[in-house]
Design a protein around this ligand. Structure first.
Ligand code: AMP
Ligand code: ZN
Length: 148
């Protein structure tokens, strides 16, 4: 537990949340600033700032909980699509420095028109570049070495 971390305080019950799911390692609750109805946060109970700092057991528990929660959130909100988002580091958009996955339902186009203040889900800018073979070769070498 990090005493200055808002999500650790939620895990400890010191701050309330709209709880959706809990097991020994994972907690899920509604985001208080939803991008669409049903916007859910899934967090490890263990404090880690970024995903690469998360112990294997907690990562496995999150991995097992996510599909169940995606299924339930889609079913409950009547949406066919959603984005699962996980920001690591301030310049990648992370505001709360405790690992969390967002499940953000994406209402269908006709429902988006009526959404009003409820939100229409995640807006995505995807400024794709082009991967050339030389760069790909270099990256494969570096990343596979880093995996060892
Ligand atoms: P991120 O930008 O990925 O760090 O997202 C942090 C998210 O946490 C935002 O979507 C906030 O609305 C949400 N959030 C912050 N404080 C709380 C809280 N006490 N309960 C629920 N959600 C929160
Ligand atoms: Zn924390």
């Amino acid at each position: 537990m990090d005493d200055n971390c808002i999500f650790c305080k939620i895990v400890a019950g010191q701050i309330p949340c709209h709880k959706l799911y809990e097991d020994g390692r994972v907690l899920a609750f509604l985001d208080v600033g939803p991008l669409s109805p049903g916007h859910t946060l899934v967090i490890p109970k263990h404090h880690a700032v970024t995903l690469d700092d998360l112990p294997d057991e907690d990562a496995a528990a999150i991995g097992a909980a996510l599909p169940k929660l995606v299924k339930a959130v889609k079913s409950a909100t009547g949406t066919q699509a959603c984005n699962v988002l996980q920001n690591n580091g301030e310049i990648a958009g992370q505001v709360v420095m405790h690992v969390h996955f967002h499940i953000i339902p994406k209402p269908a186009a006709d429902a988006q028109a009526d959404a009003g203040a409820a939100g229409t889900g995640l807006g995505i800018g995807w400024p794709a570049g082009k991967l050339d073979d030389a760069t790909a070769g270099e990256l494969v070498k570096k990343i596979t070495v880093a995996l060892d």
